[in-house]
Design a protein around this ligand. Sequence first.
Ligand SMILES: [Zn+2]
Length: 156
Amino acid sequence: MEDELITLNIGGTVFKTCRSKLLKYPNSKLGSLTPASEHYLPSSKEYFFDRNPELFNVVLDYYRYDRQQLHIPNYICGSVLLQEFEFWGLPLVNIAECCFHIYTKHEDEEAIQQNLFTRHSETQIYSNLTNSFRKQLWLVLDQPNYSRIAQFVNDL
Ligand SMILES: [Zn+2]
């Protein structure tokens, strides 16, 4: 049986691939396309998805190559790619060793940001505590009737 050519319109860019390639992951969104899909446009006989075509190249390569290894272009953020793979229902598991650093780069950056955020919050909390302590101290020292401690401090 002749392989069916599938036309995919991804955010305005047209991709063509064989049905047999897409069937590599039959449970994924692309592996299970039929003309009954809401994405199918009968007039142009294509499937339209409003997604980023640059990222789609990477997704499509995952179906194209026989070795199930994913290579990631340097300009692509691993975090965005992960979202993209989730959208297409693909497992993002076999990242090639040569490209693993591209994928993990965003995790390192997230850790750095998290660290900065935590440090900032701690400073904020410390400064709030300091202000609150100063206020308490001022009330204690300045107003003798504020509390028994104040009375005690004033009696000294
Ligand atoms: Zn690679």
